[in-house]
Design a protein around this ligand. Structure first.
Ligand SMILES: Cc1cc2nc3c(=O)[nH]c(=O)nc-3n(C[C@H](O)[C@H](O)[C@H](O)COP(=O)(O)O)c2cc1C
Length: 308
């Protein structure tokens, strides 16, 4: 495989894996991912206690992506620690995703996953869909408080799932925190929070929670995701691995993230729409592009974006 890569010290057999969210909440779903061409088994963001999430409809396919306000439905972190042991036999990196509702929640869950079979821990600081809770990573003081308690709890590489930033100053502030607390990887970006999609016939929003305000995913957000990957690639100087996510549905999309500076990419909406065959297809498409452009490895092409 030309497209084998690494996130921190963890080797991935290809450039593409699933993103936290779609079809990764229960063991049966995670086993489908384990047997697919996804290069890792990313699990659903978990909270301390199980959650049923927001009222339906809470996910809707859109012509160019999706809008969702799931509200973190999950089985509680202890189940995902058990799932990691059960998934070990597939010999594929396993990634936990933790979403605390308080600083103490983050500490408890990161500490527990540090003693588990997972290979990477992604700390979700950017869920836009829990009513009454803001996205942690939009508040730099709060983010620093979280990083202070989670960054020294073990040797399993720790990453941050970040929201979209729209201002270089914000990316700079976040990059300083990432370097200060020795974070191993970042994942850019979560769905773009609190957007509104309207059905003009019904004169209503298309999803129910939060009066229709939800996270936008898919093609709509690709340029925003690419900009965040590129900005952090430049700010972090290759000291921190980058997962790109947002609007990837083809090998060409993945290639754009690669030259922007992503070490690997994740896919959410396309997996929800197409099923696990998307990993095989996107991988093949990317391999063909790399061959056509005479790149011999991911490393060779990474960050090679030229300027006009
Ligand atoms: C149904 C659904 C559920 C999601 N749940 C989570 C989640 O639990 N944790 C998380 O970090 N991101 C979650 N996301 C965001 C995705 O991981 C991803 O960042 C976003 O959808 C952009 O990727 P895409 O354009 O490939 O969909 C979810 C997305 C979707 C569509």
């Amino acid at each position: 495989m030309l497209s084998k890569t690494k996130i921190s010290k963890i080797e991935l057999a290809s450039y593409i894996c699933n993103a936290s969210g779609p079809s990764d909440s229960i063991l049966e779903e995670l086993e489908i991912i384990a047997k697919s061409d996804s290069s890792a088994i990313m699990m659903k963001s978990c909270t301390i206690k199980p959650r049923i999430g927001n009222p339906e409809p809470r996910y809707v396919h859109l012509p160019l992506g999706s809008i969702q306000s799931m509200g973190l439905p999950n089985l509680g972190y202890q189940k995902y620690i058990r799932f990691a042991s059960q998934l070990k036999k597939y010999n594929k990196p396993i990634i936990a995703s933790v979403a605390g509702l308080s600083i103490e929640d983050y500490r408890v869950m990161v500490e527990a996953f540090q003693k588990s079979e997972v290979n990477l821990i992604e700390v979700n600081l950017s869920c836009p869909n829990v009513e009454g809770k803001s996205q942690v990573a939009y508040d730099f003081e709060q983010t620093e408080k979280v990083l202070r308690v989670i960054s020294n709890l073990g040797d399993i590489p720790l990453g941050l799932k970040l929201p979209a930033y729209f201002d270089f100053i914000h990316q700079k502030q976040m990059a300083q925190l990432i370097l200060k607390y020795n974070i191993s990887f970042i994942t850019c970006i979560n769905s773009v929070g609190n957007t509104l999609f309207i059905d003009p016939e019904k004169e209503m929003p298309v999803i129910k929670p939060k009066k229709g305000f939800g996270g936008l995913c898919g093609d709509y957000i690709k340029p925003i995701a690419l900009a965040n990957v590129r900005a952090f690639y430049e700010l972090l100087d290759d000291k921190v691995s980058i997962f790109g996510v947002g609007g990837i549905k083809s090998g060409l999309d993945a290639f754009e993230f690669l030259i922007a500076g992503a070490d690997a990419v994740q896919v959410a909406t396309v997996f929800e729409k197409e099923g696990e065959s998307c990993f095989t297809r996107i991988n093949q498409e990317l391999e063909e592009i790399l061959k056509r452009k005479n790149y011999n490895s991911i490393q060779e092409a990474k960050g090679r974006l030229k300027h006009l």
